[in-house]
Design a protein around this ligand. Sequence first.
Ligand code: FMN
Length: 326
Amino acid sequence: MPLPKSLLNQLSLPVVGAPMFLVSSPKLVISQCCSGIIGTFPTLNARPQETLRSWIQEIKEGCLNYQEQHPQSTVAPFGINLVALDSNKRLEHDLNICLEEKVPIIITSMRAPSDISQAIHSYGGIHFHDVINRRHAEKAIEAGVDGLVLVTNGAGGHAGMLNPFAFVKEIRSFFDGIILLAGCLTSGKDILASQILGADLAYIGTRFIATKEANASEMYKNMLVSATAQDIIYTPEFTGVNINILKPSLKKYNINPDTVSPPRYKKPNPLVLAWKHWRLRDIKKWKDLWSAGQGVGNISSILSVADYVDQLEQEYDLARNDYLAL
Ligand SMILES: Cc1cc2nc3c(=O)[nH]c(=O)nc-3n(C[C@H](O)[C@H](O)[C@H](O)COP(=O)(O)O)c2cc1C
């Protein structure tokens, strides 16, 4: 399905800078939006929870000021990621702030409740939902979402297990809403490839960690530049849920990547989980063990967001000329 004109006209490229725990901040989001792509962050990055409203206001003001100073530029809307689980004690608070502030795009993960969808639509907001399989997608469509983020294998964070060729085509066969493709996208060519597969928006995470504006240490950024896909391990060892982690970040804790659990396909035994939690209690999971997707092998420099988006635009235009003319 083509993107709604109202959204398309606000983008210089069909790209979302994906929300990333600890990494996405107002600085990153403002740079993304002012470069013409959708910038997003997870509410849990704004701590304590009272700071969430000021983060939203900072982003609104940053984008507005930039637009006033650069009237010819395309400034994209921003989005916020909400973990819609009952165990998320902030959910009600964060949702209410997002609704009061009329956040243009809300991306829910885990559960896709229809009441949240209705509330977002009541002020004209757009609702996307993260899914890793068909059952989740069907439930989210039933709940009334506008778009599905298909999180495929190799993605940064809690990646899915499905191949993008299989997943996008299958979901597109019964869903004509907005499809966002997540997993290993780093170049303008990848954006075009996502569209050819049937997606409307490319959802890019890891590549944005290696930008000047990302809230990540220089060591983390440099590790992304030097890593290849072989340096990524997919394991439930640290968070209980399968996640892609940079093997070199395990070294600091003398953890041998060959000894961590293989991916799990079923819910973990709570006793085993509790024991692992206790054993690894001194490790700050996201702060010190760094997540990244398998696209790392295609990251060769730390750029500003504006320079990276310029590069994406040039690559995208080249790819369109090269391939669509065939
Ligand atoms: C460090 C890191 C943190 C992430 N945190 C979140 C998060 O808080 N919420 C979420 O929905 N997705 C999160 N993700 C997943 C991204 O939103 C996105 O789906 C993924 O990065 C896309 O794959 P890519 O990294 O290969 O581009 C995270 C990914 C990374 C790499």
